[in-house]
Design a protein around this ligand. Sequence first.
Ligand code: PEP
Ligand code: MN
Length: 339
Amino acid sequence: MLLYLKEEASESDVNNLMERLKWMGLVAKSSGHMGAYTVAILEGIDKNVDRDAFSTLPMVKEVRELKHAFKLASKTAPDHKSQVRIKDVAIGSDTIAIMAGPCSIESKDQMDTVAAYLAEKKVQILRGGAYKPRTSPYSFQGLGEEGMKFMKEAADKYNLVTISEVMEPDQIPLLSEYVDILQVGTRNMQNFSLLKHLGKIKNPIFLKRGLSATYQDFLMSAEYILGHGNPNVILCERGIRTYETHTRNTLDIAAVPILQELSHLPVIVDPSHAAGIRKMVRPLSKAAVAAGADGLMIEMHPNPDEAFSDKDQTIDFDEFAKVIKELKPIAKAVGKTVL
Ligand code: PEP
Ligand code: MN
């Protein structure tokens, strides 16, 4: 159940209403959007509750049933769109957010070279994995804290925002100290214990869609983070498992407009993991922006053939420059800008 409050409702009216709902034995959450408040009732409504009673509560303008099982991740109005802000970056705005960098953090020098290049190109978000979820336990597992130090040093030097993957609740305190945005990888999208812990911190969470997750599964995972108190969730479509074997995964381009329609959360596309093929990063990036993505996450390396992980899908600086150049007219066509 969603309660739309009257335009004149003040913060204290919202607080009074929340108290009243609590007294009625209901669990509710309020949110403000474009100067108007909505209150979502999350728990406690059963068949004995008289729905008409809600419309007579003070300051309530309209009562609507919540259509979806994901309540906090749901859109409350067609123009309801959240921005995730970090330093001077706003993800979910008219500027396409570009996140780029290597799959794995490998050395101080590598991070410095990548960060310097990004800064020169005016890209604001540096990616790099310090803890790597590898399919084989014999593959490179990441540099851990040492890697995070290399990334932070480079980001501080060039004034960049950083993003890196968290795999376990134990890693959260250290990672949230070194890194701005915490990434939940595909393999952990339904690690509910991890999601609950991430709901208790302030860093934005970049949630990647699971290999076989439906939109509903995906948004229910976002709901765990939102419901535990962290409103800063960014969704990422990174390809799903299908019967096609030519590509590493299949980019579900429809996910972009569908998630934008179902949810107010920003939607980013990762064309690198989606195809697993370097040459596909440019066309898929363009398709993503044309479909309405709020940004892209791209694996890029000074020398992709030498990358410790995911080299087949990692592009070099020249190819990255081409991606950005070709994105510009597409971004413009959908009323956005890139860099
Ligand atoms: C990554 O971003 O390097 C990564 C491991 O992504 P995913 O979880 O999408 O496979
Ligand atoms: Mn990778």
